[in-house]
Write a protein that binds this ligand. Structure first.
Ligand code: NAP
Ligand code: MG
Length: 495
């Protein structure tokens, strides 16, 4: 009998009001049911929002350094439970253990950053234009935050949102992805254990179209922080406009790595292998396009194919596995359909291209690491996010042409250039349209204390991570204090 989980609303474990449930399975072995979760709906969201609203009135008055103390404790518990959580995460969503350990570590880093932010949350003081008058702007909490997250970073992404939300004095209604409810449930359990009061963080499990939509439309939710696909992001943006909520959207990518003819080619090769096939290509920052200078194209591609063929597919819990499964059957079918699209478009399939189902792999949703060469910039496999282990390789004659190809998509999340020429590096930093640019580093691997997010259709202008996320979760209040003892009028011509 699989373990059975509940929602956590106002500190109480509760079933979905409908009584319905859904199963969470292991993508490396679909026969394995990990646990059963409540399939909630609007009624459950209503309860959670009521609890979060009531809790907000007390939580907003707790001094931020005290809220920070709880964050530190959350970090300590995550440290103690890191290995256990990483193993459960691999079972739940498939990426290899080194990566799930990294996912937990990112949550730890985010917790300790939030702990110290409790003693900053800097505002501004400025001189007043009038004598004996003081002017300052302070950050204030906003209210109830709806948090909706994807499955590919089941711990890190929720922490990027929930920790700054709560540290800033907001309360939370959290809907995790239905593919990864267990890691999210563990996170909330740890937050409670560390001393987060009842009602401050509420988790409601269930589907996007039921729970997600109910959160987005709810009149008593003030802000939405969402990470996921661009299609759902656009829907959320429309739904949230009904109540003019503040909305942060972190969406898809079609990230590219440029390799110049002067680059350290061994380094660039390690970079693209990790960027393209780490997390089975299922990262918003995954390298899905490789842009090679024509002088090194043939040589680089040949070695890349060779190295890619040596990658070992398997259960992420086994030490020999380099690449885990796709998250589910539907996602693997999407990957397969893009392989077909690439062939129809006339790109050259140089390795992979098929599902992998030999031996034990037949139990999971494995797909061979796949490379298309001779891809041209307008092909769909060069334009659309695939979210799987598929790399499109393009050829260019110069850095300028490479940057043009790199920028030629609706997305703008991560980007990478390998070169030993510092002049080229700075031109690339200046001209690439992306939220993140790496020099001699793959497109994946953001650090928790730096701004994270993208331009164009990757998002709507907000940033997570570091100090920047606190701009989203706080509201500015302008404060004027007049100690002159008389009516002094600003906005009157005093000059
Ligand atoms: P997704 O299908 O968009 O789902 C994301 C979340 O939204 C899930 O919790 C989902 O619930 C929920 N949802 C679905 N429909 C909804 C609706 N109509 N209203 C409200 N919520 C709804 O994305 P995914 O497949 O989990 O993740 C992959 C995508 O995320 C990729 O496009 C990737 O690029 C992007 N991503 C972006 C970043 C970034 O920071 N830019 C980071 C990681 C991933 P269910 O689980 O029930 O469907
Ligand atoms: Mg699962």
């Amino acid at each position: 009998m699989a373990e059975s989980y509940k929602n956590l609303i106002n500190g109480k474990l509760t079933e979905a009001k409908s009584g319905r449930t859904f199963e969470n399975r292991n993508p490396a072995n679909w026969e394995e049911v990990i646990a059963v979760f409540p399939k909630s709906g609007k009624e459950d969201v209503d309860e959670a929002v009521k609890a979060a609203r009531a809790a907000f009135e007390k939580w907003r008055l707790v001094p931020a350094p005290k809220r920070g103390d709880i964050m530190r404790k959350i970090g300590d518990i995550l440290v103690a439970r890191k290995e256990e959580i990483a193993r459960e995460m691999t079972r739940e969503m498939g990426k290899v253990l080194a990566e799930t350990r990294g996912d937990v570590q990112e949550g730890i880093d985010t917790a300790y950053y939030a702990a110290t932010e409790g003693r900053r949350l800097f505002g501004n003081t400025v001189p007043s234009e009038l004598p004996n008058k003081f002017a300052m702007a302070v950050r204030t909490p906003i209210g109830v935050a709806g948090i909706i997250t994807p499955w590919n970073f089941p711990l890190a992404i929720p922490t990027w949102k929930i920790f700054p939300a709560v540290l800033s004095g907001n309360t939370v209604v959290f809907k995790p992805a239905t593919d990864t409810p267990k890691t999210s449930a563990t996170l909330v359990e740890i937050m409670m254990e560390a001393g987060i009061p009842e009602g401050v963080v509420n988790i409601v499990h269930g589907g996007g179209s039921e729970v997600g939509t109910a959160i987005t439309l709810h009149p008593d939710i003030d802000l939405i922080s969402f990470t996921g696909s661009s299609a759902v992001g656009k829907q959320i943006s429309r739904d949230a406009s009904e109540t003019l909520k503040r909305v942060s959207l972190e969406l898809g990518g079609k990230n590219a790595q440029i390799v110049m003819d002067d680059a350290d080619l061994d380094l660039a090769l390690d970079g693209v292998l990790w960027g393209a096939f780490g997390t089975t290509g299922q990262r918003c920052t995954a390298t899905s396009r490789l842009i090679l200078h024509e002088k090194i194209y043939d040589q680089f591609l040949a070695t890349l194919i060779d190295r890619t063929k040596k990658l070992r597919l398997g259960d992420g819990l086994l030490p020999d596995s380099d690449v885990g499964p796709c998250i589910n059957e539907a996602q693997r079918s999407v990957v397969q359909s893009y392989v077909q699209i690439g062939m129809n478009e006339g790109a050259k399939l140089v390795t992979g291209g098929s599902i992998a189902a030999e031996g034990v792999l037949a139990k999971g949703w494995f797909h061979q690491p796949t490379i298309f060469a001779d891809v041209t910039p307008e092909m769909r496999i060069a334009q659309e996010e695939i979210f799987g282990p598929v790399l499109s390789v393009l050829r260019v004659k110069s850095l300028e042409e490479g940057i043009g190809v790199l920028n030629n998509t609706v997305y703008g999340l991560s980007s990478s250039v390998y070169t030993r020429d510092v002049n080229k590096a700075f031109v690339a930093i200046r001209d690439i349209k992306a939220g993140i640019t790496y020099i001699n580093v793959p497109t994946i691997g953001a650090e928790a204390h730096m701004p994270f997010g993208g331009v164009k259709q990757t998002g709507n202008g907000h940033r997570e991570g570091g100090w920047t996320v606190y701009d989203f979760f706080t509201e500015w209040k302008a404060v004027y204090i007049d100690y002159s003892g008389k009516l002094q009028r600003a906005q009157i011509d005093n000059y």
